[in-house]
Design a protein around this ligand. Structure first.
Ligand code: G3I
Length: 334
């Protein structure tokens, strides 16, 4: 491959990839440099990894990703400032082991966001400020996380305000998954509408795009884009991968032995899904300002561990030998 994804999409939007520090050397690094012009740290900037103790930050992994991006002229999306997962053990407790008050938790959130955003000011152009705060299966809008239990709705507003104060030039995102499914979409919309109306500094919505060869439908994807864009928000597809297993069936598949081989049929279905979603992304290039792949190649993907540990998946555009798949050709052949 001589021309990378980033070159094919130059007139549209940056094409990013999720990385760990380990992927910044050797064959992975070569592929990254050839194909992508934006990086997202897959884990290194989450609060647990980067802020393991109240007065200690672990900058090395995150720095190495930002430095790599700088050396190679790539953008960086920061991920994620406030999330209910991968939180450090100290965060919600005081020295005596009691749950902290709202005042304490908000002041910790402020310190964290201010410190992290400040460090990468001018080097990280966009931040996932709040990640996955909306509930999955119920009638409530917000997830019943510790953040919410302790602070109520307010932590979301505060997180955006702290991030904006630390870097007024950064583009600030609310990021979530399953945002094309009507019920979740409506809940995310409700939250965002409230934030926008209250003039909270939220500039975009990150639609994660952990999809499969069966979903979303063209109509679901268009509806989501149009609905969120109607709020005046920019849209980025922040964690794109296309599983070869249907997400609903995932819940029933129990063992690694349920793994399918990457058959020509699956290959064909996957290329059609990739082709379709990228066609739609291009059509909405006025509002879609970035697309990030959640994984470099099928050699390593979080979907090998989730939801069925050890069950092989093939969700990316490059195969286990880092060669472009048919889906790659479909995505660049327009
Ligand atoms: O860092 C430890 C390491 O010290 C330890 O030796 C190893 C043993 O298992 O675990 C390592 O942590 C793992 C980490 O990935 C780094 O590899 C965690 O157990 C594992 O849970 C973690 O998974 C990540 C997951 O988020 C956790 O929240 C995935 O790599 C990452 O792809 C995934 O990404 C999320 C996005 O941030 C938000 N949207 C959904 C998406 C998929 O879940």
């Amino acid at each position: 491959v001589t021309k990378g994804l980033k070159d094919h999409y130059k007139a549209y939007f940056p094409i990013g990839v999720a990385v760990s520090p380990r992927s910044l050397t050797g064959a992975d690094a070569e592929l990254i440099i050839q194909q992508f012009n934006s990086l997202t740290p897959e884990n290194a900037m989450k609060m647990g990894p980067i802020h393991p103790e109240e007065n200690r930050y672990n900058w090395t992994p995150a720095d190495s990703i930002v430095n790599f991006a700088q050396r190679h002229g790539m953008k960086v999306r920061g991920h994620a400032l406030c999330w209910h997962e991968q939180t450090p053990a100290w965060l919600f407790k005081d020295a005596a082991g009691n749950t902290v008050t709202k005042e304490v938790l908000l002041s910790r959130l402020k310190d964290h966001i201010t410190t992290v955003v400040n460090r990468y000011k001018g080097k990280i152009y966009a931040w996932d400020v709040v990640n996955e705060a909306v509930d999955d299966d119920s009638t409530r809008v917000l997830r019943n996380s510790l953040w919410h239990q302790i602070c109520g709705d307010e932590y979301i507003v505060k997180a955006f305000e702290y991030a904006h104060a630390a870097d007024p030039n950064a583009v600030l995102f609310y990021n979530d998954y399953n945002t094309e499914r009507p019920e979740k979409r409506e809940r995310v919309y409700k939250l965002l509408k409230k934030l926008v109306e209250a003039k909270v500094p939220v500039h975009g919505v990150g639609l994660q795009a952990h999809w499969s060869i069966y979903e979303p439908s063209e109509n679901e994807l268009r509806t989501a884009i149009e609905k969120f864009a109607s709020l005046g928000l920019k849209i980025q597809f922040t964690e794109l991968d296309i599983s070869v297993y249907p997400w609903e069936k995932n819940r029933r598949a129990k063992t690694a032995n349920d793994a399918d081989a990457f058959t020509p049929k699956l290959e064909q279905q996957q290329l059609e899904q990739y082709k379709k979603v990228f066609r739609i992304f291009r059509e909405y290039k006025n509002v879609v300002t970035g697309v990030t792949c959640w994984g470099i190649s099928d050699r390593y993907t979080w979907l090998d561990e989730y939801p069925v540990p050890g069950r092989k998946n093939y969700p990316t555009l490059f195969d286990k030998d880092r060669k472009p798949k048919k889906a790659f050709e479909a995505v660049v052949g327009f």
